[in-house]
Design a protein around this ligand. Structure first.
Ligand SMILES: [Zn+2]
Length: 94
């Protein structure tokens, strides 16, 4: 028995790469990440005026799951008053 072969065997074991090294995966974004909101400029189909849909209002709408408002605040208020005065009217009818 020579000591040389034993030494070589040990070195081979040390320098050989470990089998199936675990690959570090990049972190996946959380699926329920909330989108960031910015103020948006919308054009009201009722009066044609531009109005700013505030970021915090968008967050409120997203939390409630309400559709994006198209109408400016004053038109929405007048529509609300109108539909409250006429509760039998179909809101979705154009
Ligand atoms: Zn309007």
């Amino acid at each position: 028995m020579s000591n040389k072969s034993l030494v070589r065997h040990t070195i081979n074991q040390i320098i050989s790469p470990p089998a199936a090294a675990p690959v570090a995966k990049p972190p996946v974004n959380p699926p329920q990440e909330k989108p960031t909101f910015v103020d948006r400029k919308l054009v009201c189909p009722g009066c044609g005026s531009e109005w700013i849909w505030k970021a915090e209002e968008q967050r409120f709408y997203a939390d409630k799951g309400i559709n994006i408002p198209k109408w400016c605040v004053s038109c929405r208020n007048s529509r609300r008053k109108y539909f409250m005065a006429h509760p039998t009217m179909d809101r979705n009818k154009k």
